[in-house]
Design a protein around this ligand. Structure first.
Ligand SMILES: [Zn+2]
Length: 271
């Protein structure tokens, strides 16, 4: 698809779907010290660039499954292999951007989560592939993703690098994703995801049936966060409970490893 056509479609999607969500969120400015970015969900003005906006997504645990910090001593998690992966046709909302056509590079911070360091490249690759490899998604035809050299950053910063790292996030947030984007042309320019190192993380190898109990599956949560990178919004009502873009995370769960048909429907309207 040509860039011009993509821009047109992005603009159309912005006008049709995203404006109500924008008006529902307060827009305010953050202090431009490029260290202390906001950790409250919302849309923020970026000082010094009147066209650019920052959208912050905060992934919270559901009320029925509150997050607990890592216990000490840490018990060995047990693997539950009786899980199911129900589909959902509920179409999730759009954020008002897509990723520009071409190559989108990302950096990992393996040292920020030593127990998952060796697996992190595969976790990330699986998570991108969950969205790009589907027969129903054209995302992989328009945007390619390439891991480049690791980062040591543990905070989101507007620095031209798209990072995935564990760090300190406020309160009970499981992960916070930051996207800098231009609403007028409907394109993202940078995306960072920071997982909260306060909570227990594990990885079930990308399974859709098996998850370690009492811990968050890194791939499952990353697939959700990447949905934001691509331009998909959070949904919080019960009809979306089986969508990857359901806004609450749970321990012992992997069904979001594979986006639901309603997640792909939204993606396919962008790419
Ligand atoms: Zn989210």
């Amino acid at each position: 698809m040509s860039l011009r056509l993509r821009l047109f479609l992005s603009g159309s999607a912005l006008a049709v779907f995203a404006l109500p969500a924008f008006s529902a969120l307060a827009s305010s400015s953050y202090v431009p010290d490029f260290v202390n970015l906001p950790e409250t969900a919302g849309i923020y003005s970026v000082p010094g660039n009147s066209r650019l906006k920052l959208r912050v997504f905060v992934h919270e645990p559901g009320r029925a499954n509150p997050a607990k910090p890592i216990p000490s001593p840490t018990p060995a998690p047990t693997l539950n292999c009786t899980l199911t992966d129900p589909d959902s046709a509920s179409v999730v909302g759009l954020t008002g951007w897509s990723l520009p056509a071409g190559e989108w590079t990302y950096r990992l911070n393996p040292s920020s989560n030593p127990s998952l360091a060796a697996a992190l490249p595969e976790i990330a690759e699986n998570s991108f592939s969950a969205w790009t490899a589907s027969y129903s998604s054209d995302l992989g035809d328009s945007v390619s993703f390439r891991q480049v050299s690791d980062t040591t950053a543990v905070r989101a910063t507007y620095d031209g690098q798209n990072i995935i790292a564990w760090g300190r996030t406020s309160g009970s947030a499981l992960a916070v994703t930051y996207t800098w984007y231009y609403p007028d042309i409907g394109l993202a320019v940078e995306t960072d995801t920071i997982f909260n190192k306060k909570f227990p993380w594990s990885w079930s190898g990308g399974s859709t049936q098996c998850a370690y109990q009492g811990v968050y599956d890194a791939q499952e949560i990353l697939v959700h966060e990447l949905g934001h990178w691509f331009g998909l919004d959070d949904e919080y009502t019960s009809e979306f409970v089986d969508n990857t873009m359901f806004g609450y995370g749970s321990t012992g769960e992997v069904k979001k490893n594979t986006p639901a048909s309603g997640d792909f429907s939204a993606l396919n309207s962008l790419y």
